[in-house]
Structure formats: C-alpha cells, structure tokens
Design a binder for this molecule. Sequence first.
Ligand code: ADP
Ligand code: MG
Length: 484
Amino acid sequence: MEWEAVIGLEIHAQLATTTKIFSGASTAFGAEANTQACAVDLALPGTLPVFNTKALEMAVMFGTAIDAEINKTSVFDRKNYFYPDSPKGYQTSQLFYPIVGTGSLEIELSDGNSKLIGVTRAHLEEDAGKSLHEKFPSMTGIDLNRAGTPLLEIVSDPDMSSAEEAVAYAKKIHSIVTSIGICDGNMAEGSFRVDCNVSVRHKGEQKLGNRTETKNINSFRFIEKAIKGEIIRQIEILEDGGSIPQETRLYDAEKDQTRTMRSKEEANDYRYFPCPDLLPIVIEDDYIDAIRSKLPELPDAKRQRFSEQYNLAAKDAAVISGNRAQADYFEIVATSTKDAKLAANWLLGEMAKTLNQNDLQIDQSPVDAQALAALLLRIKDNSISVNAARQVFEAMWNGEGSADQIISDKGLKQVTDTGAIEKIVREVIANSDKQVQQYIAAEPDKRGKMLGYFMGQIMKASKGKANPGQVQGLLKPILDSLCN
Ligand code: ADP
Ligand code: MG
C-alpha cells in the first residue's frame, strides 16, 4: 500500500522592529541577560501595554506581499499558560481575528514544476523569554530579553506532501520576509523558526491522519531531516498496526531524531479570551493601499528581472534573488563591472564558498560589493589571471587592502608586454628540445594537442603572470615556423 505525507508549517518570523510589540524596550539580539525587559514586558502590576504600530505595518506588508486577505479589524487575545520564561502567565496573541487572513504562494520544485501552497492566516503575537539550560549545572536560567519581541506567526494549509516541498515553502516565506525587510531572517539567532506538522495517509485517502508537530526548527537542513525522519517513523508504526498519537515533538539535531515533548492529551487548555488591555486594531483601505504601494520588489519579480536584465541562468537568478542582501550585492558588482555573468560566478563561487567556511552571511562579508567589483575589473582588463584573482580575494578577505594594493604588493600583475612574453616563449622553446622535435615530427593536425606542455612551461617560467591569451597567440606561429 502506498503512503502519502501531509505537511503544514507554522513559521514564527521575528519582526525587525527596534522596540517590543507592547513596550519601548529594545529588541536587539545578544545583550546581557535580563537587561532588555521592562516593567511592561514583565507585566508588573499597574503597567499597560501600548501597541507598536510598526509591527502592524510589517504584518500588513507581509499580507499584501502574498496578496492575502487583510482583516480590517483584528483582536489580541490572551493565551493563558504557565511557563517560567513567560512572566505574564499568558501570551498576547491573535486567535479569533488575526491581522492576515487567507492567501497563497507558489513554490518551485527541483523537477521544474511549481505548486500553490495555501496560507491559512498570519497573526501577531509576542515572543516569550528563553530558558538557558547550559549555563548553570542542575538549574535553568531565565533570560527575559526576548519577552515581548514581536512575532508574525504564518500558518500554512496542510498542502505540502514532501520534505522538499516544505523546505521550498519555508525558503519562499524566508525570502519574502527578508526581501520586504520585516525580518532579519537569521535562523541561528532564532529570528525565523519553523514548526513542522506531519501526518501520513494511504494514497487516495481524503481524510487526514493524526499529526505530530515538531517544534522550533531553526535551519532548512533540519526541517528536511526532521520531516523525512518523521514520515518514516509514522509509516513504520502504522504498518506495524500501531497508531500515531497527536503530540508535540522536539528535533534533536545531534541524534537526527525527533522525540516526544508532550502529548496533546496533556496539552494545556489555554482559556483564550480577548485581551482587556488592548483595543481591537481597526485599519482602513487607505492604510493598506499605502503600504501595498510602497512594497519593495518581491523575490519572484526580482528573479524574473534578473534573468531578463542580466541574462542569468534560471537557477542562478533564483538563488541570487532569493536573498535580498545577496541580490543587492550582486547588482552593485554587476553594474560596476558591466559583467553580470562574472559577478554571478564570483558571488556563487569564491564568495559563497568563503562565507560558508566562515559561517557568515553576505552582509557580514569583509569584502564588500565595491571591493569585489574592483577586483573583477582587474580580471577583465587582463591585469591579473583568474588564479591570481583568487589569491587577491583571499588577501582582501584577510584585510590586506584593496585589490590594486594587493596586486602591486604581491607583484601579481600579468605581463602583457608582448616583447617580454615572446622572450619567455622563445626561452622555453629553446630548452625543450625533445618536445620541439616531437612537435615537428607530428602530423600537423595532431600538433594542437601538444601545445599544452609548452603553455604550462611558459606559465611556470613567468610565475603565472604571462597573459595566457597572448602566449597562445605567439606560441603556435613560432613552433610552426620551426617545422618548415
Ligand atoms: P494548532 O493551532 O493546534 O497547532 P491547527 O489546526 O491550527 O492546529 O494547525 C496547525 C498546522 O498544522 C497548520 O499548518 C496545518 O496546516 C497543519 N495541520 C493540521 N492538520 C494536519 C494534519 N493532519 N497533517 C499535517 N498537518 C496538519
Ligand atoms: Mg500549533
């Protein structure tokens, strides 16, 4: 019997506001523990929340970006539960009337097909603090800095049927929220966290199977692994005649396994009710239209423009346009060098590799777009070879200066003086008696293949600095003149 997986994602995107959703405390990441939670975030008696309209604007930006319904009246509810990292005893969220209603977006798959995935809703809520388990042996530390940070929770319909589709959807949402600038998208810092709901059913079956929810996954690779593993686990249980209890699970990246966190039967009754401290949010069409008209270019449009304007391969255009910082970087390099292909090659090659090795994002690169462009221009004007350019790039990365400075410091400038190159070519030929005799003895149409040896020797003799095009232009005529 064939099985089919059903997947729905709940994505928490931290909104890039400078202050919290209901207070003026800073949302900056990485501050000393418990220095950025104010009386409102701690819900001290007598304090009242004041809604940060920047968070509203960002939620509406998202809704308009995916062409979803925007609810002109939305309401904050209290979700009551006790947990040490939530000092209020409830989370302010939106259950009954979320700010963003139904919408959809298209994902592209590796087989070239695309698929429409429904977005059920997206609502505003506040984040909780963090429990720190590593810091204190046998105790748990609580850092409340994150309490009250605005989140947009984006809930999908159960429309995905493989790990690949789920990852493509999560990446699409990630590229949208970062493109429109409402989330920094930093998954390692927890700015973008994904809950994966997974169930399986027999192919053709309409009814949904019981699902599990694996919480707070913060990398695309883990989403893929967690979902794949969960599908297999559920199928095995069902094939053995068992059943899947509805439960919340945790993904353990080290063991590459999910495990039970709590079962739905033990789940809290959250006693949701409208927050008496916050008025309903009422917005007008004008407000929504103004936001829609100011939306920056969205990833799909950018991808399309990149393939047309810069003539990029479809795959390159998709990768580069998927990340706004990378897209902006690319455009600067492509425009300054007037060579989009070279810019894309370096961005997806040397730059991507080095960023990866150092676990950095493009906007943290020590080589900025102008600096890379300056280097690529030296390849284009034949000042340096591609190999030398790699050396220069490494030195630039290590802060040794600008491309031109490094080229001159390291003496990497290519020799383009024809006289100097010809001298080297003649020297190598004079020292390669055996190979020259073989060249002369060979059939004329076999001689082309024998040039490689001479090229190699000449490049070596010039310490890689002879311009290869010029060497080629000189070498064959000189050798051929020896054959007569
Ligand atoms: P809750 O609020 O209790 O987490 P929801 O019904 O709002 O539950 O669903 C949360 C997420 O789970 C949504 O993304 C939805 O698409 C997904 N989902 C619901 N039922 C299933 C199922 N049987 N299999 C897979 N995903 C599901
Ligand atoms: Mg849920």
